[in-house]
Design a protein around this ligand. Sequence first.
Ligand SMILES: [Zn+2]
Length: 92
Amino acid sequence: MDMKEANIAEMTKRNILANAGYRCEVCGVALGYGKEEQHPQFYFIIPIVQGGEKKETNVAVLCPSDGEGFKEIERDLLLRKAMYREMAEPDT
Ligand SMILES: [Zn+2]
């Protein structure tokens, strides 16, 4: 599976990162844009080509190493998180 990093707006990325508590959603490592920090990578949980929506709840923030090895099992975990987020959204 060719997992391309999600092409999303900078503002949206900041929101997603804040919602994730500035941590990788798979391993929990701290993420940030500082020189010494692991830079966040953004991925669509359900790829757009597979019918995924271009919205925040369908985006996961991962550390670079988890981003590279984004596997089915991790996606299941993220899907569940995305579902909770969806329920917590007041306007959907
Ligand atoms: Zn990670």
